[in-house]
Write a protein that binds this ligand. Structure first.
Ligand SMILES: NC(=O)c1ccc[n+]([C@@H]2O[C@H](COP(=O)([O-])OP(=O)(O)OC[C@H]3O[C@@H](n4cnc5c(N)ncnc54)[C@H](OP(=O)(O)O)[C@@H]3O)[C@@H](O)[C@H]2O)c1
Length: 303
């Protein structure tokens, strides 16, 4: 099987690459070869890659910056996926795409189901929703996996930011009224390997059983504050020297950001379990694994 995997410099793409390798020939073009902003070139590139399966974690993920770089966010998150969706539909090639809890408005306290109505609050959320819609309307075999709060030992993410801040500052103030599921790229990658089991025909059939959309996060929920407490606790347990002595909860209104974020990002994982038989690790277990990887990486770099 020829598998086109985008975004391998990113968290999810990077975690997927080694796992996918035994499944066939992996085509993992860098930005120079397959740049989503060069819309006109994408179709010819897809023709030449000629994949049997497309996995597309590449995205514009700078949530606050997207409020200013609107055009770029839409190009990468909506227009390029639309081209991919149409190409995949024409060639009957299954397309696994990723989306976000930020397509929801965060109202209520109930976990969001796949069929709940999205109402994004930010440019990033709107651009991701437009990407989802375009892929669905293209009508090919597709699955949109919506995930949340992605972290990994490498890359740009909340866990690494907190590790840096905890080593620089005596006090951290962290938002405690946004609730969601921190999700490791490693957990997403492990689940994806099950989502794409079988030959392309089988994969397409399985995607259809989920009606083209599934929620995929680690299990359990917390706030950014709760996540930070666990990060600091985990670092201390591993003997990492820290400056921080106080972690304080604050409200979203006390930490204004350019983009609005949903208060309730809880995601219902029932479909993931029922259709694909997948249960994901708790966010706490996923964090332990990632902290181990981080510490190992730091020690290797220092020696
Ligand atoms: N990060 C989160 O917290 C989060 C939460 C919910 C959902 N998601 C979704 O999950 C998926 C994976 O996210 P992630 O955290 O792995 O993202 P990430 O770490 O930001 O990686 C994104 C990847 O996309 C590539 N990319 C950006 N612009 C591109 C362009 N114009 N052309 C080609 N490639 C481009 C980046 O390349 P460079 O590295 O070279 O820039 C990078 O490899 C995305 O669909 C994202 O929307 C993420």
């Amino acid at each position: 099987m020829r598998i086109l995997l985008t975004g391998t410099e990113g968290q999810v793409g990077g975690a997927l690459l080694p796992l996918l390798q035994p499944r066939g020939e992996i085509i993992a073009p860098g930005m120079a070869e397959f740049n989503f902003t060069d819309l006109g070139s994408l179709e010819a590139r897809l023709d030449s890659f000629s994949p049997d399966l497309i996995i597309n974690p590449a995205a514009y993920t700078a949530v606050d910056r997207a409020e200013d770089e609107t055009e770029l966010a839409y190009l990468v998150n909506a227009k390029a996926p639309a081209v991919m969706g149409r190409w995949a539909a024409r060639h009957r090639v299954p397309l696994l795409h990723f989306s976000t809890d930020y397509v929801f408005d965060g109202s209520g306290e109930r976990p969001w189901g796949e069929d709940d109505t999205p109402r994004p609050l930010s440019v990033y959320g709107k651009s991701k929703l437009e990407g989802e819609t375009a892929i669905r309307e293209a009508g090919g075999p597709h699955l949109v996996a919506r995930t949340s709060w992605v972290f990994a030992a490498k890359g740009a993410n909340f866990m690494l930011t907190m590790i840096r801040l905890a080593s620089e500052r005596p006090e951290l103030r962290v938002v405690s009224d946004q609730i969601g599921a921190p999700t490791s790229a490693r957990s997403i990658a492990a689940a994806v390997m099950k989502l794409v089991e079988g030959d392309p025909g089988q994969i397409g059939e399985n995607f259809a059983k989920a009606a083209g959309v599934v929620h995929l996060t680690n299990s359990g929920t917390t706030s950014w504050y709760g996540f930070t407490l666990k990060i600091v606790e985990g670092l201390r347990a591993r003997g990492v020297p820290l400056k921080v002595s106080h972690v304080l909860p604050i409200m979203t209104r006390d930490y204004p950001t350019k983009a609005l974020r949903p208060t309730n990002s809880r995601m219902d994982l029932t479909r993931l379990k029922q259709v694909f038989g997948i249960t994901t690790p708790s966010w706490q277990d996923a964090l332990e694994t990632e902290l181990d990887a981080f510490v190992q990486q730091e020690r290797a770099a220092a020696s």
